[in-house]
Design a protein around this ligand. Sequence first.
Ligand SMILES: [Zn+2]
Length: 254
Amino acid sequence: MIEKIENVTRIEVSKFRFSVNIYLIDDILIDTGFPRTAEELLNYLKNKKINKIVNTHGHIDHIGGNSVIQKYFRCKIYLYSIERKYTTLKRIIFGTPEKFSSENLPEKIKTEKHSFDVLYTPGHSKDHITLFENKEKLAFSGDLVLHGEAREVSNEVEIYKAIDSLKKLKSLKPEKIFPGHGDIFHGYEVLDKKINYLEDLGEKILKLHEEGKNIKEIVKIVFGGERFPYIFTKKYFSAENLVKSYLTDKVLNC
Ligand SMILES: [Zn+2]
């Protein structure tokens, strides 16, 4: 699916029940979808000009087309580099990413018409960045701001960092937020909602923990137990991870 939002093109690609957004603004491509959708993306981009790819983070659904696009356009790829291994399950579903070469992210990324600040916004993952265009107040936020309420998360999630990153983005008052999945957000009210939800959830979890409840009990009380993703992803995505993140980070903070 292709959607134009003023000078931004949103390209949404899907694999099974999963979909992800890729954004084209001027000659920059922000994220590249799944390995298995790389050819489809390239077909759409062939008559366009791509000078740079920027990845919001290194998850398989955001870097999957890097190699194919880089080979065709000979463009540079910028990402916050960390060593990553993709699980067999992910590779079966989404494909295996081919090798690509990448550069360290500069503080700013410029095009003819725009200048983007590279904001470090960890929480969803350690390598997560947001591109922020200050003139038009556009935020390309990867998986920092997702639709729906956080419930099942991966064990990479550091919840207090995620809350700080949301606050950092809110302080810049974005007018449009372009997420990695789903429709764009107008205004930054969504950030207030997310921050409030996550802070309230944290209070609830910590209170139950102080009352002596264990992680499984807390999951049951707060979320009514684990759901389908827990089994399907062999615990990779779980409510337990979210509860643990509130507790582990808190212990470390003390
Ligand atoms: Zn992600």
